[in-house]
Design a protein around this ligand. Sequence first.
Ligand code: GDP
Length: 315
Amino acid sequence: MVLADLGTRLRDALSSVESGSDQEIQSMIKDIVTALLESDVNIKLVARLRDNIKNQIKDSDDKNPSHIRKRLQKIVFDELCELVDSHQEPPQPKKLKNIKQKGPAKLNSSGKKITPKSNSYVIMFVGLQGAGKTTSCTKLANYYKKRGFTVGLVCADTFRAGAYDQLKQNAIKAQIPFYGSYSEQDPVWIAREGVERFKKEQFDIIIVDTSGRHKQEQSLFDEMVQISEAVTPLQTIMVMDGSIGQAAESQALAFKEASNFGSIILTKMDGHARGGGAISAVAATKTPIIFIGTGEHIGDFEVFKPASFILKLLG
Ligand code: GDP
């Protein structure tokens, strides 16, 4: 079931409660459970949500139908938020010029100004091929650029033919500096070189795009580890296709083990996203979704906030 349909089904379930009778409430809970399961939300999570709703509604003696409806809405809303909320905040990049402004410039023994060690905020992207990594790299770079950060993009995807061209075109269009190579085949070398260059130029944020594969493979995970060791990212972001179903959870767990990513960007949440699988992945890895991709264009990118996401879902 696509996300928009899930929203309709949840709304219908909530509005089916009129008198607030036990029978109506049970039927509403059943409808919510069925809708979530059909959207690929993990069965254990759905069972927990069902039990939580049941427990909370039974705690009240108020039999006023309109109060019951309001209470139910609040309980269901809170429980759905709980499903997508990891309660973790990823670290936030800082502008280097703000950091640099602190205190007078340091001088070495011969009176020369010491260039401070670069504190560039390095972000590494991981994910399967086709998930939307390259697209999301530019979207994220553009997001930070618009907020006054200096951002550099590094294309360390040497596996997919055309990945560098794609990143380059996107970067040029958005006027974001980029680094990559047509001839160099070693992604670790490119990643290190690109990051070093942007660090030297004191960029606030450096975003490294890495290769994907069609499926989880040891070679992909080995490469991710090597790149990570070479560029020591402050944040690793997993890009996940929001339209994949049940596979999302095991995919996220496998990537978590290999790259210990700290946040997720869910892509393709427009159109045919099922979303439920990806939501379960968040719960399984206890990792926050930070942005969602809502289209192919650079501006189709939204900060993910659990409450507003659920509010929108419920219409
Ligand atoms: P990569 O292999 O992970 O780097 O994936 P790409 O960035 O090349 O994206 C694969 C395809 O998905 C491309 O056709 C993108 O335009 C498309 N895509 C990426 N993000 C989104 C999104 O949020 N919504 C939609 N509809 N398409 C997207």
